[in-house]
Every structure is written in C-alpha cells, then in structure tokens.
Design a protein around this ligand. Structure first.
Ligand SMILES: Nc1ncnc2c1ncn2[C@@H]1O[C@H](COP(=O)(O)OP(=O)(O)OP(=O)(O)O)[C@@H](O)[C@H]1O
Length: 294
C-alpha cells in the first residue's frame, strides 16, 4: 500500500502540490484526476523519487519509501522517454535487463505483451516509425516489465484507440487482482468512472475530493427529476424547501435543500395532474468534478 502524506512541492512562487494526502491501496485501481496544472504529474514524480519533495512523507507498506522500493514501481512518465531511433524489442529488452531479467526472459515476456497489444510484427521497427498510439502501447509495456510492485501511470489512456483501451484495462485489472496498487491519471472522466475503484481529485495543488465513485456521488446534492403530464412551470413557484435547478416543458430538475421535502412536492404534483416520473438523479462523475474543482 502506498500512502502519501502532506506532500508539498514548490517551484519558485508556485506551490504546485500543497499538502497532498491520499492512499493507493493494494489491489485497487485508483484514478487521479484534475485539470491542467492541478499537480498530478508533480505528485507522481515525487512518488517515483524523480522529483524531490519540499515537505511530506511517502509510505510504502507502512515504512518510508526507499529508492529500492521505487525501483520496483512500474512508471509511465508524462514525458514518456523512449529512444525514437532504437528498435522496440531491443529497447524494451534493455529495460528488462536493467531490472535484472536475463535477456532471454525479457524478450520472451516482452514478445507476449507485444502480441497482446497487436504489435508483435513491429518488434524490430524503430520506435519513431510507430504511430503515436502504438508508441503509447510500447510505453505501457515498458512500465510493466519485471513484475512491478506498484504501478504509477501518468495518463496511460491518452491517445489509445478503443481496442488498446480494452487491452490496457485488462492488463491493469490483472495487476490489481494480484494485489498490486495502481495509480493512474486521466482526463477521461467517463473512463475513470467506469474503471477505478477509488479516485482522488486535485485542483490548484490540493486534494478536493477522494473516495469511491459512489461515495463521491452520495456526498453530492440530492436531486430529483419530476416529469408531469402537463407543463412543470408551476414548480418554480412551489414553496417546498427545494431548489429548482431547471424546468424544461413537462420536466423539472429539483435539488432537495432539506431532507424529506421531496414528499410535499410530489403530493402537490399528483394533486395537479398525472406524474409520469419522479426519480432520484445520481450525478455523473463529470458533474461532481465540476462542483469540487470550481
Ligand atoms: N519543473 C517545473 N518548473 C516550474 N514549474 C513547474 C514544473 N513542473 C510543474 N510546474 C508547475 O506546477 C504546476 C502543476 O503542474 P503538473 O504538471 O504537476 O500538473 P498536472 O496536474 O499534471 O497537469 P496536466 O494535466 O496538464 O499534465 C503547474 O503550474 C506547472 O506549471
């Protein structure tokens, strides 16, 4: 388990990461989201030890993380970092050997991964000859070499086509099933909502929300959609302790300001005519994201 405690990093006058704390638990896929410049990459670099921290602690299985621990983490950096002129297989095999694998084992395991990503026939091509999406696939394989103890992936899904997103998802799940903690950043909120067990949202260097998607949804406003047989305009004037978010023809979206106030509203609606629908609206992650980062 990886625990980040009060991590802070400044660049001159800018505090890029400001007292960030959250956990990346064993066997969980933790999504890391936030707008451009929120501080995700800086946080991940500190976890990997490629950037020094000004304050704070990183714990790996309860003890301060060591360089030896960090070497066992699979890392996909934002800046990527493959050599464009070197052939795919040679380059990955070299990385495997740096991790202590024999050349033979490294090549076998890499060929398996290339096969999975549909890249086996490109093994001898130079990296620069591959499309950006395929270079991205090779980067992912680089992070997975040598059975990592944790995975820290900076936007691993960016630039991938739907097939590669599926392969990537399968691979991450295979790691979490084996108990490995996985942290990945992404701007694709629908993907994060679908995939991750937990997520941490950053804005302006701070953590603004953290938890499972359901926990974050439960913490958001309670909204109901009311659809009537006739026009719903009267809801705007109703005094039921509800806040009217929107009215569109026969449909009104209301926010419950005080618990229990939805009942009188429903009763009034039924007294006025047919009610086609009265249902709780669970906010999408994108709505929660907009609220907590505003
Ligand atoms: N080496 C650096 N020198 C100066 N400022 C930096 C450096 N690295 C990051 N920053 C600043 O720190 C802040 C956080 O940047 P960071 O790259 O961590 O954000 P991010 O959440 O990863 O953004 P994105 O989603 O755009 O990748 C930004 O204001 C950025 O300009």
């Amino acid at each position: 388990m990886l625990q980040l405690r009060d991590l802070t990093r400044r660049f001159g006058d800018i505090t890029a990461v400001d007292g960030v704390s959250f956990d990346v638990s064993d066997g969980q896929l933790t999504g890391f989201v936030g707008g451009n410049g929120a501080g995700k990459t800086t946080t991940m670099r500190m976890v990997m030890g490629v950037l020094a921290r000004d304050e704070g602690t990183i714990l790996w299985n309860g003890a301060p993380v060591t360089v030896h621990d960090q070497r066992r983490f699979g890392y996909m950096p934002e800046e990527r970092g493959l050599y464009p002129k070197q052939p795919v297989l040679d380059q990955l095999a070299y990385l495997g050997e740096l991790h202590g694998m024999t050349g033979r084992d490294a090549r076998r395991s890499i060929m398996e991964q290339l096969e999975r990503f549909g890249l086996a026939d490109r093994a001898k091509d130079r990296v620069e000859k591959l499309s950006l999406g395929n270079q991205q696939r090779v980067q992912i394989i680089a992070a997975l070499i040598a059975e990592p103890a944790a995975l820290i992936l900076d936007e691993p899904f960016s630039g991938l086509d739907p097939d590669a997103v599926d392969s990537m998802t399968d691979i991450l799940r295979e790691h979490t099933v084996r108990g490995i903690p996985v942290l990945f950043s992404s701007h694709q909120l629908d993907l994060v909502q679908r995939l991750c067990d937990r997520l941490t949202i950053m804005a302006r260097g701070r953590v603004v929300a953290s938890g499972t998607v359901s926990e974050l949804q439960a913490g958001g406003p309670t909204r109901y959609k009311l659809t009537l047989g006739g026009d719903a305009g009267w809801v705007r004037d109703a005094r039921h302790g509800v806040h009217v978010v929107d009215v569109d023809g026969p449909t009104a979206l209301v926010e419950i300001v005080q618990e229990g106030t939805e009942q009188p509203l429903l009763e009034e609606a039924m007294a006025r005519g047919p009610v086609r629908e009265f249902a709780r609206v669970i906010p999408a992650l994108s709505e929660i994201y907009r609220e907590v980062t505003a």
